[in-house]
Design a protein around this ligand. Structure first.
Ligand SMILES: *Cc1c(COP(=O)(O)O)cnc(C)c1O
Length: 393
């Protein structure tokens, strides 16, 4: 087993070895306690401060008492409780689709949906299923769960440069033998904080008879009217060719993932997505917390407004950095400089993660700032001042 030890040593030498820091309980979102010290937190996906909201915790504990701490079985056996169907109905209404399928995590939603939509058709042997050649087209910066789903599908995978729709068009034009095509993208990219031209992409997918899977993990609760996502913003929510994916674990403050789309699409996934079939149904507590989050999102539009105001405020203060949304990449040129900046910011009580290879290319090393609705103007001022002092903004 020497290779395990040697690999860890090599990672250590390259300063790439990582371990999860122990933090205090989920707070409102604007601060974090790491190893006993408090920081202003610019690292979480708790965009609306809901992860630590007492109402979500209350709803979760009520559901645990009513339904049990665990669901006890997988969805297709005896794991589907009324609360699972209730959440699926609420998510479909939220996303403007006929139905929605709940997964235990967003990661499982991504890997399950991509592998099921690009993979062999069920009821046939693998070889027969793949006689209908399938191709998955992914943006270069797609999340690991989408990449892993494409790999698992055994479909041909074509990767196009980030946001370059004209390159995708070339690839689509070349794959003339494929009879099933799946284009995969995100609505708010997790490292670059940018978005595709969804209207253009959707039209292109339509022209080539392709399905478009849109991962709205970071956009659910942050983009579009009422936080309904980029699909809603682009007026494409009810389009049968658009497969909307989301997570309950970021702005919605719980845990779980979902796919929203037509009734048939959802039924297909319930019959084919292995990460839906072969796992225990999500816990009643996490389902109830997500239901409560959707309610709060609707009843308190001020949260989303505060998040958007914080984005605008930081954009104003940091003219040298492109601030497009709640995820703000601050270029640092080299991994060493990113690490140095991370340390300097911690000295000032600001928790901002450095992002280095292999998450990004060498020259793409950066700090990644995430904003939330609960950050105060003082928090943002402190961040902007520190970034300027360090020569990063
Ligand atoms: C976080 C994330 C996921 C995974 O969601 P979880 O619910 O945390 O498993 C999927 N896709 C993207 C783009 C993400 O950022």
């Amino acid at each position: 087993m020497n290779w395990i030890k040697e690999t860890l040593s090599r990672l250590e030498a390259e300063r790439l070895r990582r371990s999860p820091p122990a933090v205090g309980p989920a707070a409102a979102g604007r601060s974090v306690t790491v190893e006993g010290r408090d920081y202003i937190c610019f690292a979480s996906n708790n965009y609306l401060g809901l992860a630590g909201d007492g109402r979500l915790a209350e709803a979760a504990s009520r559901a645990a008492r009513a339904f049990g701490a665990g669901a006890g079985a997988s969805r297709l056996l005896v794991g589907t409780l009324s609360i699972h169907r209730e959440l699926e109905g609420r998510l479909a209404a939220f996303k403007g689709t006929e139905d929605a399928v709940l997964f235990s995590t967003g990661y499982q939603a991504g890997i399950g949906a991509v592998s099921a939509l690009a993979g062999p058709l069920p009821g046939s042997s693998h070889r027969q299923g793949m006689r209908i050649p399938s191709v998955a087209f992914l943006d270069k910066l797609c999340h690991a769960c989408l990449v892993d789903g494409a790999r698992l599908s055994a479909a041909r995978v074509r990767v196009y440069p980030h946001l370059r729709t004209e390159k995708l068009e070339e690839l689509l034009g070349r794959e003339t033998e494929a009879t099933r095509r799946l284009v995969v993208t995100e609505s708010l990219f997790s490292m670059d904080g940018d978005s595709p031209d969804l209207g253009g992409l959707f039209a292109l997918a339509g022209k080539h008879d392709a399905l478009l899977l849109l991962d709205e993990a970071h956009a659910t609760g942050t983009l579009g009217p009422g936080g309904r996502g980029l699909a809603a913003e682009a007026g494409l929510a009810g389009e049968p060719r658009l497969v909307q994916m989301g997570t309950l674990s970021k702005a919605l403050g719980s845990v779980g993932g979902f796919i929203a789309g037509t009734r048939e699409l959802c039924e297909y996934l319930r019959n084919t997505a292995r990460s839906y079939i072969y796992t225990t149904a999500p816990s009643p507590a996490s389902v109830a917390a997500a239901l409560e989050a959707l309610k709060v999102l609707e009843e308190e539009p001020g949260r989303l407004e505060r998040l958007r105001a914080n984005v605008s405020f930081l954009a104003e203060r940091l003219s040298a950095v492109e601030v497009r949304g709640p995820i703000v990449p601050v270029p640092a040129e080299t991994p060493e400089r990113a690490l140095w900046a991370q340390g300097e910011l911690r000295e000032r009580g600001l928790w901002v993660p450095a992002i280095r290879p292999p998450s990004v290319p060498q020259k793409g090393s950066r700090l990644r700032v995430s904003l939330c609705s609960e950050h105060t103007r003082e928090d943002l001022e402190a961040l902007a001042t520190a970034l300027k002092d360090l020569g990063l903004a």
